[in-house]
Design a protein around this ligand. Structure first.
Ligand code: ATP
Ligand code: MG
Length: 327
């Protein structure tokens, strides 16, 4: 465990990973895994999956899907601890202790909470309200300092910092104030031209496992206009953001100038963009085909990861119990 700084991140088991998860989170996870100054812990956020309506059978499948996507993208169980959130019950225990220093009003006013309420108005549960507290516990169970996640998670990180401060002031713990580790794709827009790409929003995403044909048909659906005008907005802006992410800033500038000048031909642009996306995903897909053949290996990775993660989390929980008067 050495004096290395720790890194924690996770992805909900709500489906296969998409370009937003890859660019906003996994790329950062990979670069920190390669950095010898950090000890990296990456989880499948299966408990967070339960904060919105879900199907138990699908959850069982998706837990493995996320690990397969992780490994195919380059996460390595020899260099990172890969585990499932629910296999380390210390997270939920710590979340309860943390809940004692957070007000209900603070949770209700979070923009992330309001977004999910809008998405699932009939399923506003206590688990959903508690989401950010559990996330703080995920991070602080390991006293992690860096968290490679997308821009959408920033309000939750602020809560984690507030909890760390409050715990330190009140109970004399030494929790760090975790910071977001940024990547260039920290906010990947939805293909439908509104909001962010999300696993749980149908039509919004391109999965890492999509074929070139699937990518082409999804990209074709990005809403566009006549191809000419003075101001770029909506779906055209989304398209330009994807061009920048996969073909570079210069290409985007070139297209934006053409938009204001002689006009754009979206058919060609979308087809070229789809090829560029596929080129980035192809090596990941090849590795995934191999991993899919060996579900036993996937289960072994998660089981071993849980054991390693628990050792660290147990120390933190013991310390918190002592300082809070429970031991
Ligand atoms: P769900 O719709 O189930 O919430 P999601 O697509 O939002 O799924 P999460 O599992 O909530 O994915 O998030 C996993 C990681 O991916 C987080 O670090 C999150 O910040 C990041 N992420 C999610 N969507 C995007 C996006 N569109 N752009 C950049 N990062 C993203
Ligand atoms: Mg999400």
């Amino acid at each position: 465990m050495s004096g290395k700084k720790r890194v924690l991140s996770g992805i909900r088991a709500t489906g296969r990973l998409h370009l937003g998860n890859y660019l906003g989170a996994v790329k950062g996870m990979l670069s920190l895994q390669d950095n010898p100054d950090y000890e990296t812990l990456y989880m499948i956020a299966d408990l967070h999956t339960m904060t919105t309506p879900y199907d138990p059978e699908e959850l069982r499948v998706n837990r493995r899907e996320v690990v397969m996507d992780y490994l195919a993208a380059g996460l390595d169980p020899k260099r990172s601890i890969i585990f499932a959130q629910s296999d380390v019950p210390e997270h939920t225990e710590l979340a309860f202790y943390f809940a004692t220093v957070v007000s209900v009003a603070r949770m209700q006013h979070l923009p992330t909470f309001k977004d999910k309420v809008k998405q699932y108005p009939k399923a506003v549960t206590m688990a959903l309200l508690n989401y950010p507290i559990l996330m703080a516990a995920d991070i602080l169970a390991y006293k992690a300092e860096l968290v490679p996640v997308g821009v959408d998670q920033e309000p939750h990180l602020e809560i984690a910092r507030e909890i760390a401060r409050k715990m330190n002031q009140t109970y004399g713990t030494d929790f760090p104030e975790p910071q977001r580790f940024e990547t260039s794709g920290g906010y990947v827009p939805s293909l439908v031209g509104e909001g962010k790409m999300s696993k749980s929003v149908e039509g919004s995403y391109v999965n890492l496992t999509d074929s070139l044909e699937e990518i082409k048909s999804k990209v074709a659906k990005i809403p566009t206009d006549s191809g000419q005008g003075s101001e770029i907005s909506g779906g055209v802006k989304t398209l330009m953001e994807f061009v920048e992410l996969f073909e570079g800033k210069e290409k985007r500038n070139e297209f934006e100038n053409q938009y204001r000048d002689k006009g754009l031909r979206y058919g060609e642009i979308k087809s070229e963009l789809s090829e560029a996306i596929f080129k980035e995903l192809e090596p990941i897909q090849k590795r995934r085909v191999e991993l899919e053949k060996d579900t036993k290996y996937i289960d072994k990775v998660i089981a071993e990861g849980a054991e390693k993660a628990r050792k660290v989390a147990q120390e933190t929980v013991l310390e918190v119990r002592q300082k809070m008067g429970l031991a």
